[in-house]
Design a protein around this ligand. Structure first.
Ligand code: TGC
Ligand code: FAD
Length: 388
C-alpha cells in the first residue's frame, strides 16, 4: 500500500476507460512535461509544444460532443485529466481549463451554429487558441462592476475598456470578452486581428510562471454581429456558468499538485537520515505525512462525488464552490508542509515543491478567491447574501 490510490482503492470507483485515460496522461506528464517544467518556470515561458500534444491527446474541449471536435467525455474523465496535468504544473492545467471550459464551452453553449462550426473544431485541434476576459483592473471579485462597454452600431458593436490578468492573452487567436451593453453584460468573440484590440504580457510573476498572463485593451474595437454571443442574454449568469465548468477542473487539478508533492516528500523523508535514522521515523514527521495524506484522500473523494453528481445532472454551482475552496486550501497546506519537510532542498526548483506551492497561491485566488467561495457557500447554507 504505497500510494494513496491503493490505500483508499479509489480505482474501483472508475471505469476501465477512465483508468486508461488517467494512465495515459500520467505517462505523458512524467515523460514529456515534468522533465522540462523547471526550465520553463525559471525562464517564465510556456512550453508551446504542450499545446500540440494536448490537442493530439484529445484534451481540448473533451466534454463537448464529437460533432464539434470534442470527445463527449464525462466529468470524471475531465477531472482526472486536470488532476494528472497539474502534477506537472498548474500552468498546463490552466491552459486546458481556459481553452476547454472558458472558451470552447461558451461558444458551444451560447454561440450560433455558424460560430460553433467556425471556431470549435479548430480550437479542439489547437489551431485557434482562446482566452477568457472577465477581470478588469478595477473589477475582480465583483465582475458586475466592470467598466468595459459594448455599444451597438450598424452591423456590430464597438468595444472600449481593458481586461487584466488574462491567461493566454498574448498567444490567443480569439478572446471571449464580457462587456456592458445597454441591456446588461454580454459576451463577444474578439479575434486577434480586429482593429483597436491590443494585448500586453504581464511580467515578473512569482506564481504561474509557466503560463502567459496579460492585459487586453479595446480602443473603439469593432466586433461584427456575427461574433456576438447571442445566447448570453442572461448576462453575468452566462459568464459565471463558464466559471463553474473551469472551477470544477481546478478542484481536481489542485489535488494533483498536492499528491505529487506528497509522494515526493514521502520518498524523501524515508530516505534522508538525520540523528541516525530516517526523517520519516520521527513522530512529528509522520504526523505531517498523515495530515497531508488524509487531506488528499478526503478531497479526492469529495471531488469524485461532485463529479458523479454532475454526471447525473446536478449542476448546482455551490457544489463546485465547495470543492474548489476545499482543494485549494488543502493543496496549499500540503505543499507548505512538503516544503518544510524538504528542508533547504525545498526552496529549489529541483525539488518542484516550492514551484507548486507558489502556483497554488494563484489557484487559491483566481476563479473566485477563497473568501468569495466561502461567501457563496455561506449564502447557500444560511440564505443570507453577505456580498451586499
Ligand atoms: P449574483 O447576483 O449572485 O449572480 C448573478 C446571476 O448569476 C447567477 N450565478 C451563477 N450562474 C451560474 N453559475 C454560477 N457559478 C453562478 N453564480 C451566480 C445568479 O443566480 C444570478 O442569476 P440571475 O438569473 O438571478 O441574474 O451576482 P453578484 O454580482 O452578487 O456576484 C456573485 C459572485 C461574487 C459570487 C460572483 O460575481 C463571483 O463568482 N465572483 C468571482 C469572480 C471570478 O471568479 N472571476 C474569475 C475570472 S476568470 C478566471 O479567473 C480565470 S483563471 C483561468 C485559468 O485557469 O488560468
Ligand atoms: P479583489 O477582488 O480585489 O480581492 C482582493 C482580496 O479581497 C481577496 O482576498 C478577496 O477574497 C477579498 N475580497 C473581495 N471582496 C470581498 C468580500 N465581499 N468579502 C470578503 N473578502 C473580499 N481573470 C479572467 O477574467 N480571466 C483569466 O484568464 C484570468 N487568469 C488569471 C491568471 C492569473 C495568474 C491570476 C493571478 C489571475 C487571473 N484572473 C483571470 C483574475 C482572477 O480571477 C482575479 O484575480 C480574482 O477573481 C480576484 O480578483 P482581484 O485580483 O481583483 O482581487
Amino acid at each position: 500500500m504505497n500510494t494513496l490510490t491503493d490505500f483508499i482503492q479509489i480505482d474501483k470507483q472508475f471505469t476501465a476507460e477512465e483508468i486508461l485515460l488517467q494512465d495515459t496522461i500520467r505517462h505523458f506528464v512524467e515523460h514529456e512535461c515534468i522533465p522540462e517544467i523547471s526550465t520553463h518556470f525559471e525562464a517564465a515561458t510556456f512550453p508551446k509544444k504542450f499545446i500540440k500534444r494536448a490537442a493530439e491527446l484529445g484534451l481540448l474541449g473533451m466534454t463537448l460532443p464529437e460533432t464539434v471536435g470534442g470527445a463527449a467525455a464525462g466529468y470524471i474523465a475531465y477531472g482526472l485529466v486536470c488532476q494528472e496535468l497539474e502534477r506537472a504544473d498548474s500552468g498546463l492545467r490552466s491552459f486546458v481549463s481556459v481553452q476547454s471550459s472558458l472558451c470552447m464551452y461558451p461558444i458551444f453553449r451560447f454561440g450560433t451554429a455558424a460560430q460553433q462550426q467556425k471556431f470549435l473544431p479548430k480550437m479542439a485541434k489547437a489551431e485557434f487558441i482562446g482566452c477568457f476576459a472577465l477581470t478588469e483592473p478595477n473589477s475582480g471579485s465583483d465582475p458586475a462592476s466592470m467598466q468595459t462597454t459594448a455599444e451597438k452600431v450598424t452591423d456590430g458593436w464597438i468595444l472600449n475598456g481593458a481586461k487584466m490578468w488574462i491567461t493566454n492573452a498574448t498567444i490567443a487567436d480569439l478572446a471571449i470578452v464580457w462587456a456592458k451593453t445597454k441591456e446588461g453584460i454580454r459576451g463577444f468573440i474578439v479575434e486577434k486581428n480586429f482593429p483597436g484590440f491590443v494585448t500586453n504580457e504581464i511580467k515578473h510573476k512569482l506564481s504561474l510562471r509557466v503560463s502567459i498572463t496579460g492585459e487586453l485593451i479595446f480602443n473603439n474595437c469593432f466586433v461584427p454581429d456575427e461574433n456576438y454571443l447571442s445566447g448570453t442574454e442572461k448576462g453575468l449568469a452566462a459568464a459565471l456558468s463558464c466559471l463553474t465548468q473551469a472551477r470544477y477542473g481546478i478542484a481536481w487539478g489542485a489535488i494533483g499538485a498536492a499528491e505529487y508533492c506528497y509522494e515526493l516528500v514521502l520518498a524523501y523523508t524515508k530516505d534522508r537520515q538525520q540523528f541516525g535514522k530516517p526523517l520519516a521515523a520521527n513522530q512529528l514527521i509522520q504526523a505531517d505525512l498523515v495530515d497531508m495524506a488524509t487531506a488528499i484522500i478526503k478531497a479526492k473523494l469529495l471531488n469524485l462525488q461532485v463529479g458523479r453528481l454532475r454526471e447525473q445532472g446536478n449542476h448546482d454551482p455551490s457544489l463546485v464552490s465547495l470543492i474548489k475552496r476545499n482543494s485549494c486550501r488543502d493543496a496549499l497546506m500540503v505543499t507548505r508542509k512538503a516544503r518544510n519537510l524538504l528542508g533547504a532542498n525545498g526552496i529549489t526548483l529541483d525539488y518542484h515543491v516550492m514551484r507548486h506551492m507558489n502556483n497554488l497561491e494563484t489557484v487559491f485566488t483566481y476563479e473566485g478567491t477563497d473568501n468569495i467561495h466561502t461567501l457563496i457557500l455561506g449564502k447557500k447554507l444560511t440564505g443570507f447574501d453577505a456580498f451586499s
